[in-house]
Design a binder for this molecule. Structure first.
Ligand code: FAD
Length: 292
């Protein structure tokens, strides 16, 4: 591994300024679970690693009691999210996704920001952030800006962030009443495996407990970036939800997906899993709503 300088700024402004001084040869690092692998394999050879871990404001995990909005700082680890009772109870789709990432060791240091910024289609953390209509706050040399998480990704390993920009936090608007959400990941092994496919479903019902007020169907590893199945969502919205309608939504989502054959699995298998699991995750959401 090529030697590098390790810088530990205390504020976002300082980090952005350090990046500006060394821009051609600098790289941000959070938990390092992706960066260190790339350094070791020689895919990346920065002279400066700028750590974001000492920046206190990036590690905030807080629910605003007045608005109900949830703030997840970029350096919040998967383990912190997994252990949070609030996340377990109120955001099951986040819990489902982060509690299945890598191993305990990976979850202890890997961050939600690093997961999104690495920008692979298999990022487990991206699916719930999109399903919950998360908004990313970004800061860079040009100031602050907000981007919906669904619009962050351009292609594998590429986001809309410009050089020097830092993802500060994700804000998730208060979930509507009568909402259920769930995520399922399939790999070839039970642990330490990137997903073959990841499927997230969120449903909100009207007061009649039958009509779908909002549907989100989000797929990981179903295209070059995590994606929403808009047509399948449209099929559900405004209609009385039945198992048959959820089955149709699964078919639609499978048709909309851009799955392909890869070393980890075939396109046919991925489509079948979308077809079946959109229905199952939808039913799980309905159960949750009834229980609560
Ligand atoms: C053994 C193993 C198993 C894994 N299993 C899974 C899995 O099951 N599911 C899964 O989704 N991932 C998995 N991963 C990938 C990885 O652990 C996660 O993507 C993790 O969340 C990355 O976070 P990090 O903090 O370690 O990122 P880092 O490695 O520190 O950074 C990743 C990238 O994001 C950039 N970056 C980090 N934070 C910011 C920020 N705030 N603003 C701007 N840029 C930033 C870095 O410059 C870098 O390009 C696995 C990795 C390993 C090594």
């Amino acid at each position: 591994m090529k030697p590098f300088n390790y810088l530990t700024p205390a504020t976002v402004e300082e980090a952005v300024s350090l990046f500006g001084q060394h821009s051609e040869t600098a790289k941000y690092i959070a938990g390092g679970t992706d960066v260190i692998v790339k350094l070791k394999d020689g895919w990346m050879e920065p002279d400066y690693l700028i750590s974001l871990k000492k920046i206190e404001e990036l590690s905030e995990l807080r629910k605003n009691e007045n608005t109900g909005d949830l703030t997840i700082g970029a350096t919040v680890t998967h383990a912190t999210l997994e252990k949070s009772i609030m996340i377990q109870k109120e955001y099951p789709i986040i819990y489902d996704a982060v509690s299945n990432i890598g191993s305990l060791q990976v979850r202890n240091v890997g961050t939600i920001g690093g997961n999104l910024m690495n920008a692979v289609p298999s990022a487990d953390g991206a699916v719930p952030m999109i399903a919950l209509d998360g908004v990313a706050l970004i800061q860079g040399p040009g100031g602050e800006r907000s981007v919906e998480v669904k619009d962050l990704f351009i292609e594998p390993y590429k986001t809309v962030l410009k050089p020097g920009e830092i993802l500060k936090k994700i804000t998730i608007p208060a979930p509507a009443p009568r909402t259920g959400s769930a995520y399922i990941k399939f790999g070839r092994r039970a642990a330490m495996e990137l997903p073959l496919i990841g499927i997230g479903v969120l449903l909100s019902l009207d007061a009649d407990l039958e009509t779908c007020a909002r549907a989100r169907i989000v797929l990981g590893v179903a295209g070059p970036t995590p994606m929403r199945a808009y047509e399948a969502e449209k099929l559900l919205t405004g209609k009385k939800i039945t198992e048959d309608l959820l089955r149709q939504a699964g078919e639609k989502a499978a048709d909309e997906s851009k799955v392909r054959d890869s070393v980890r699995g075939s396109a046919w298998h991925r489509k079948e899993m979308i077809r079946v699991q959109v229905r199952r995750m939808g039913l799980k959401c309905l159960e949750m709503i009834k229980r609560n």
